[in-house]
Design a protein. Structure first.
Lengths: 345, 287
């Protein structure tokens, strides 16, 4: 065989192989966006009888409610083609629901604050899409809300889009929509905002070289860092990965997720812990050996709703909701049936 | 070109000999074929038939060429084929792994991997042409070594136990590339007989100089990788990159110097290593 022929055959094989691999790769690319399953941050109603959550069907998420003990879900908002609904939060009288509408346009993420009225079954925006709202919760009076908002956007390192930054806490009057900034943190990240029933404290977490939980006294504006007692040693050594803190209704106990163990293949296993706000009495209350996060206290303060990812570090999340007692002795999965709206339409 | 010459050229297509050596081999094989042809003609066979008979006796040009190549440059072409095809195979397997396990398909990465694998394999196919340019061939294989070295950091970030297999695969490939470059540099000194002791010194000098080069390239690649993690694409990446390019150009002259003064070349190579290690910091501090 001549050299020319050998070269031609070789190059033809390479070009064909590249085209085939590229074509095969496009099939894989579509899958990650087609997530089907529960969203990550469910909310409990003020009376503790109902929960609100997002549910993804082939990558599109709708907003649903269901009995907190499990059962058939009710669709509040149907799935959208672009974007998703996240971080629902009930009003104290359970008549309204705050949520975040998330989407991305030209490599720029948008988080718009919305409110849903259970009586009229209508949604309306509380802020224009220009305001990036990380999350929002009702104040105990039901007339105000506290929200985490980004002050600006910054271009990503690799120039492949923008990210929100300079996060701070704001208070909004729902009647006149007037918004007042109440902190001047300019944090790189800020989340898990919660307000105590007496509206004395706001709790939140942020990242500043390590995960930090703080509470802000709304009267004297003093901040106080809540850290676990020194004798408690995290499995990650010096690195603190305390996440998604939640405060109990009486304001005395904090539930949080933290690395408890490492799996056989080196993946951190997160469990939910509780501690007093002075950092004492740290207690591990779950033992799933999975990724357990987003604890939410029931109004009685004795039970918690947690989210368990059965496929942590995998390609697709597989969230389940569980109800657990605050001493960890009882745990029960909340089984929710999602109505099939595609058949009704 | 007559039939005999064409046959000899087909034999030489399988060999990486430089022009002088090629001419000598051609002359020797031609005289062999010519005498065989004359032998048949003296037996009353027509010229055309005598040529065909001589060629038939001589044997298949590909087999003879491969045989001569392996005798004079043992395993060099096979190594090139191995590195090239292994790079292509890695590209295909790891791309499938990235797409279906990590959920990230990187067609640009695949394209670069395929181009590098193809360049090495094409060099093996066209050894008669590429084999003459020892330095260029070294550059192609060193680029393959550096790229596959960088791939180690990509492989480390993917989940699953198959990562270990990919990692070992890459390490073997990088070592084979280095092995090839040392041998190829040694063969560039030609096949002329030199005292055994001097040949050994030359081998040592090539090995030491290539090792210095690997140290410079590895350090530069590490800095490029670290800079890309913390700062993304930036003009400052050109500083470590220029160290690699400078060494590659420097090695072109070193390859000649080692043939004549192998010990001096070690000293000069070491001097270059020191300069390459110091200058990026000097440039950075001057800026």
């Amino acid at each position: 065989m001549s050299l020319k022929k050998k070269n031609t055959i070789f190059l033809s094989i390479i070009v064909t192989a590249f085209a085939l691999l590229y074509w095969a790769g496009t099939f894989a690319e579509e899958n990650p966006n087609k997530h089907t399953g529960f969203g990550r941050s469910p909310a409990l109603s003020a009376n503790g009888e109902e929960m609100a959550f997002s549910y993804y069907k082939e990558g599109e998420s709708g907003l649903y409610t269901a009995p907190a003990s499990g059962g058939e879900a009710k669709q509040l908002l149907p799935p959208q083609t672009v974007g998703s609904y996240a971080r629902p939060a009930y009003s104290p009288d359970d008549t309204k629901l705050l949520y975040i509408k998330e989407w991305e346009e030209e490599e720029k993420p948008y988080n718009q604050l919305m409110i849903y009225d259970f009586e009229t079954e209508q949604s309306e925006p509380l802020k224009s899409p220009d305001h990036y709202i990380q999350e929002a919760v009702f104040a105990p009076d039901g007339k105000h809300i506290f929200l985490i908002k980004a002050g600006s956007y910054v271009e990503n390192y690799y120039g492949d889009g923008e990210s929100p930054q300079d996060f701070d806490i704001y208070k909004m009057n729902l009647e006149n929509k007037e918004t007042k900034r109440i902190t001047k943190f300019n944090f790189y990240s800020l989340s898990s905002l919660q307000v105590t029933d007496d509206e004395k404290y706001l709790t939140y977490s942020f990242y500043n070289e390590k995960d930090v939980i703080q509470r802000l006294n709304l009267k004297n504006k003093n901040t106080e860092t809540i850290s676990s007692e020194p004798q408690y040693e995290s499995d990650t050594g010096d690195v603190s990965v305390v996440g998604s803190p939640a405060i109990s209704p009486d304001g005395n106990t904090i539930a949080f997720s933290e690395v408890a163990d490492t799996s056989d293949i080196g993946t951190f296993q997160y469990e939910v812990f509780t501690m007093k706000t002075n950092g004492k009495d740290v207690e591990q209350i779950t033992n799933f050996h999975e990724h357990v996060t987003e604890p939410v206290f029931f109004p009685n303060g004795e039970e918690l709703l947690v989210t368990v990812d059965q496929n942590f570090a995998g390609r697709q999340t597989d969230y389940e909701y569980w109800k657990i007692s605050d001493n960890g002795n009882e745990q029960k999965q909340i089984i929710i049936e999602i109505p099939d709206h595609s058949q009704q339409e | 070109m007559n039939r005999l010459e064409k046959h000899i050229n087909q034999v030489l297509d399988q060999m990486q000999s430089p022009p002088d050596e090629r001419e000598d081999i051609k002359e020797e094989l031609m005289s062999h074929l010519e005498s065989a042809k004359h032998h048949y003609m003296s037996q009353g066979i027509a010229e055309e038939k005598a040529e065909k008979q001589a060629i038939e006796d001589f044997g298949n040009s590909d087999i003879i060429g491969h045989g001569l190549q392996e005798t004079m440059y043992p395993h060099q072409r096979s190594l090139l084929y191995f590195i090239g095809i292994a790079s292509l195979l890695f590209g295909a397997l790891f791309y499938i792994n990235m797409s279906f396990v990590s959920g990230e398909d990187e067609p640009i990465w695949l394209l670069i991997q395929m181009i590098i694998g193809s360049a090495v394999t094409l060099s093996a196919i066209n050894i008669a042409f590429m084999g003459r340019y020892y330095w260029s061939l070294n550059v192609i294989v060193l680029i393959a070594a550096m790229w596959n070295g960088l791939n180690l950091s990509v492989v480390e970030q993917t989940p699953g136990k198959q990562t270990i297999v990919f990692w070992v695969y890459l390490v073997i490939m990088v070592l084979l590339c280095i092995f090839f470059v040392i041998r190829n540099s040694y063969y560039s000194a030609g096949q002329t007989p030199i005292a055994k002791k001097r040949r050994t010194i030359m081998k040592v000098s090539y090995t030491v100089n290539v090792t210095f080069g690997i140290m410079i390239c590895a350090a530069a690649l590490f800095f490029i990788y670290a800079m890309m993690i913390f700062g993304g694409y930036d003009w400052i990446l050109l500083i470590p990159l220029s160290s690699i390019i400078a060494w590659l150009i420097f090695f072109k002259f070193q390859m000649k110097l080692i043939q004549n003064r192998p010990l001096t070349a070690i000293a000069i190579g070491f001097g270059f290593l020191i300069i390459a290690a110091v200058s990026p910091f000097a440039i950075a501090s001057a800026i």
